[in-house]
Write a protein that binds this ligand. Structure first.
Ligand code: PLP
Ligand code: COI
Length: 386
């Protein structure tokens, strides 16, 4: 806090000196003419450096940060990480990402604690999931060490964008991997591009930890039964856009997808996994077409540590009637409790109350406490960024 005050204080003085030089140039005999341009740059840069972010009201969106890190896979090996301040990438017109969708991304978060330390959550699990996605669509795999080095570097270079403790916001970390080498026939690229950028974010669902409505629709599938649903590829999200738009137009936060084969079981829940709670049991779908959510795995472990049972199994749609609490979970969503699910094929409604349920609240608070460092991490999930 003191440091922030000092930075602001000295930045303020620098701005005043720069303005003074410009004014002196106009009114005095003594000219600093050649410094006018430099002064304008200083004012702009320093103003940007002390720019205030409204941390408490941050949406889940893009905010420009200072740096990102990037590298290429060429001739069978990964290069050194480069630091860049550009928000752009120069892409070959025949890159496989543009034509054949060879692309994967990840999402993880870093949090500032009461002790001002920055903690990143389950980075290694995101590295492993990106490797699994790479296998799934035949891309070069980013090794654990490179993934972790890139994430840590991107956080350290953008420390001033890690939201303050207690603001409810966090630093969202977005690793991105794609085929950058040119091909015209359908085949995997020989060259790959990997980068990590970060951006401070608030809650994904604007309601935050307030229950939302979800829509079941049989008009669309997000992923095929033996398709790419279990991988974090951009195509899955493109495939979800029309159904999501339909949900938004009806006032729903997102779509609760059913299994694509039989339309009998609960599958993915927008950009998140689904869970339901009853009889002291945490129940979440088992399906080959949903993303193996790291948040969901964490909630299963937390539920068990709280003395609950946990089940991962197919959830028939009729079972929705029997849950006491239901929700969506993911890095961006954290836990988003659900208050109402509407099935548009028959108008059937499932209602769960307008307030978050007690178990969802307990899980939510416990997860956030571990992520921010308020509670001891007995699971080995968080890494302090030194
Ligand atoms: N399902 C989908 C489709 C997602 O995009 C995400 C977000 O990453 C999740 C589930 C949740 O996964 P995680 O908890 O690892 O962020
Ligand atoms: C995440 O939760 O990290 C996600 O990837 C969701 C995202 C598509 C916004």
């Amino acid at each position: 806090m003191f440091l922030l005050f000092k930075i602001k204080y000295f930045s303020g003085i620098i701005i005043y000196i720069a303005i003074l030089i410009i004014i002196l140039n106009r009114i005095s005999f003594y000219k600093f003419g050649e410094y006018n341009y430099l002064c304008c740059i200083i004012i702009y840069k320093v103003k940007f450096a002390i720019m205030e972010i409204d941390w408490k009201n941050l949406p889940f969106g893009y905010v420009k940060t200072d740096y990102n890190v990037r590298t290429y896979y060429r001739n069978g090996k990964w290069g050194e990480l480069e630091i860049s301040s550009s928000e752009h990438i120069d892409i070959h017109i025949a890159a496989t990402v543009l034509h054949y969708g060879q692309e994967a991304f990840e999402g993880l978060k870093a949090f500032r604690g009461k002790d001002d330390k920055i903690r990143v959550f389950r980075c290694i699990d995101n590295a492993r999931r990106m490797q699994s996605t790479s296998k799934g669509i035949m891309m070069a795999e980013v090794p654990d060490e490179l993934f972790i080095e890139a994430v840590n570097k991107a956080i350290k270079l953008n420390k001033r964008f890690v939201p303050p403790y207690g603001s409810g916001a966090s630093l969202y970390i977005r690793p991105l991997l794609f085929g950058s080498g040119p091909e015209v026939g359908v085949k995997p690229a020989k060259e790959y591009f990997f980068m990590v950028f970060v951006t401070p974010v608030g809650p994904y669902f604007k309601e935050g930890f307030k229950p939302v409505d979800m829509l079941i629709t049989r008009e669309f599938d997000r992923a095929a039964p033996l398709g790419t649903g279990k991988y974090k590829v951009g195509g899955n999200y493109a495939a979800s856009l029309t159904s999501m738009e339909k949900a938004h137009q009806g006032g729903f936060a997102n779509v609760l997808y059913l299994d694509a084969r039989e339309k009998k079981y609960i599958d993915e829940c927008g950009p998140a996994n689904f869970f339901g709670i009853k009889n002291n049991t945490y129940i979440t779908p088992k399906s080959d077409s949903i993303l193996p959510s790291i948040t969901n795995m964490s909630l299963i472990d937390l539920a068990i540590s709280m003395g609950m049972k946990a089940e991962r199994r197919p959830i028939p749609i009729e079972e929705l009637e029997t849950f006491d609490e239901v929700g969506a979970c993911g890095t961006a969503a954290v836990i988003s409790p659900i208050k109402r699910i509407v099935d548009d094929s028959n108008g059937k409604e499932y209602l769960y109350g307008n307030e978050p349920g007690p178990i969802s609240s307990k899980l939510y608070n416990k997860l956030l406490a571990i992520q921010s460092g308020d509670e001891a991490d007995t699971f080995g999930w968080v890494t302090v960024i030194e």
